[in-house]
Unconditional design. Structure first.
Ligand code: AMP
Length: 120
C-alpha cells in the first residue's frame, strides 16, 4: 500500500481544508477530532507521509519520532489533560481498522475513559 497524497489529513497539512489546531511544530500537527468521542479528543499527526504506526515506526527519522512523542506531552498540556490523564490510541492495519490512511494518534480524555477495550 502506498501513501495516498489526497487523504483528508494530507489536505489538512497542506492547508487545503481547515482544522481546529491545538499544536504545531516543524514535524507535527495536532487538531481537534471532528467527531469527538470524549470531552477532549485531539488527533496528533506527523507532517511526513506515513500511512500508519507501523509505517511511521519503521521509516520515520529519529528526529520525527522524537518530535512526535514530545508532542504528545505538549498536546496533553495544551488540551488540559496532562494532570487528569488521557488515553492514546493508534488504529493500525486491517484489524485496527483506521479510517484515515495517514498515521495519527487519538488523545482522549477530560473524563474517565472506562475500560480500555471490550473483548466481546
Ligand atoms: P481512525 O478511525 O483512527 O482513522 O480515526 C480517524 C479520525 O479522524 C476519526 O475520529 C474522525 O472523526 C477524524 N476525522 C476525519 N476527518 C476529520 C477532519 N476533517 N477533521 C478532524 N478530524 C477528522
Amino acid at each position: 500500500m502506498s501513501y495516498d497524497m489526497n487523504n483528508i489529513f494530507a489536505k489538512i497539512i497542506r492547508g487545503e481544508i481547515p482544522s481546529d489546531k491545538v499544536y504545531e511544530d516543524a514535524h507535527v500537527l495536532a487538531f481537534k477530532d471532528i467527531r469527538p468521542q470524549a470531552k477532549v479528543h485531539v488527533l496528533i499527526i506527523p507532517k511526513g507521509p506515513y500511512i500508519s504506526s507501523q509505517d511511521f515506526s519503521e521509516k520515520a527519522s529519529d528526529v520525527e519520532i522524537v518530535a512526535f512523542n514530545r508532542a504528545i506531552a505538549k498536546v496533553a498540556k495544551a488540551a488540559g489533560v496532562a494532570v487528569t490523564g488521557y488515553r492514546v490510541i493508534a488504529n493500525t492495519g486491517p484489524d485496527g481498522r483506521p479510517e484515515v490512511p495517514h498515521y495519527h494518534v487519538h488523545i482522549l480524555g477530560g473524563q474517565n475513559m472506562g475500560r480500555m477495550v471490550s473483548l466481546d
